[in-house]
Each structure stands twice: as C-alpha cells, then as structure tokens.
Design a protein around this ligand. Structure first.
Ligand SMILES: [Zn+2]
Length: 188
C-alpha cells in the first residue's frame, strides 16, 4: 500500500492521514500513526493490525522504496500459518475477504460508503460475526457444519485460527468455515 502496489479497494480504506506518507518523513522513519481501537475485534482487523506490523519493521525495510526487501524479510522472519492456505482457491478468497473486511457483506460495503445501509436481509447488521455466527438465514448450514469445529468458537478463531489448538486442527476448522461460506452461497 505504501508503494502503491495494491488494488484500489485496499488503498481506498486508508484514512487520509496515511496517504503520501513519503512526504512526511521524520525521525520515526515512515511510521504510520496507530489506529485508535475500542474493541479487540477492531484491533485485530486489517488496517490496525497492518499498521502495527508495518511500524514494527526495521527502518531499512520501511525506507527501501520497493517491495523486494520486505518480501525477503518476511520470508525469513514471519511465516504465515500454513492453515491460511487450506481449502479451495475460492474458499480461501472469500475467507480472506471476510478476514480483511473487504467482502461484499453489507457492513463491509457500508463501512466503505459503497452501500446505503449495513443491514442483512434478516434486518440485523451484516458484520462478519453476524454472517458466520448469528444470521438466522444460514442457521441450518451452520448447525450442520460448525458442530465439527474444535477449540474455542468465536469470530477471532473462525477468521484467524485458535492459538490454543494445533495447526492440523486449525486447518480442519478453516476447511469447515470455508465449506460454510461456500454452502451459504452468500457471495455467489
Ligand atoms: Zn442476517
């Protein structure tokens, strides 16, 4: 995003003060201001967590001006959990879009001013949590599939994995979540 290599739907969610950061270089070397968060859920969401990760990078990586040094750094230092790669390509895409709040759930679109209201057909606000855990329209699908989930069941573990269970169990859970997403046909 800093180097303008991301699609516009990601650039569009950047608050104004984050744009053109190269114009405001200071001794803090390309750090972004942190995003105020009132809830843990928001703190873990895409923009606040990305800003935290970016600010934690070594200055030479942040100042490199290209993405290659960042890729090399991440390869050595931060591996993405292998269960993030579980499932079909389509299942992974929908799951990742919900994780990054860039899906076509009404609340995600509403937050970007792409919808006039955030409401689901059931009249509740269609957040990630509502779609995955609460929407009565998908009650049967949820009941049939989520009974097989292991570990703690909440919106964080469904989107990011449960740190208290093995990668193998997280992979099984991710497959179940993606199966649910696809079977609801919410995004097709
Ligand atoms: Zn609903």
């Amino acid at each position: 995003m800093v180097n303008g290599k991301t699609p516009c739907y990601l650039n569009d969610i950047l608050p104004d003060q984050f744009r053109n950061i190269h114009q405001y270089r200071t001794r803090s070397a390309n750090n972004f201001p942190s995003v105020p968060c009132r809830t843990t859920y928001h703190m873990k969401s895409f923009l606040p967590s990305t800003v935290r990760l970016w600010n934690s990078l070594p200055p030479d990586i942040k100042n490199a001006g290209s993405i290659a040094p960042l890729k090399a750094f991440l390869k050595i230092n931060h591996s993405i959990p292998n269960y993030y790669y579980a499932g079909s390509r389509l299942g992974q895409i929908y799951h990742a879009r919900i994780r990054t709040e860039s899906s076509s759930l009404r609340d995600h679109l509403y937050q970007k001013n792409l919808e006039s209201d955030p409401f689901c057909k059931c009249k509740q606000i269609e957040t990630s949590e509502h779609f995955l855990l609460n929407c009565p329209n998908y009650h049967r699908t949820r009941e049939a599939l989520f009974v097989n989930l292991v570990g703690t069941l909440n919106i964080d573990t469904l989107l990011y994995g449960d740190p208290n269970i093995t990668d193998i169990d997280n992979k099984k859970n991710f497959l179940i979540v993606q199966d649910y997403i696809l079977k609801t046909k919410r995004f097709t």
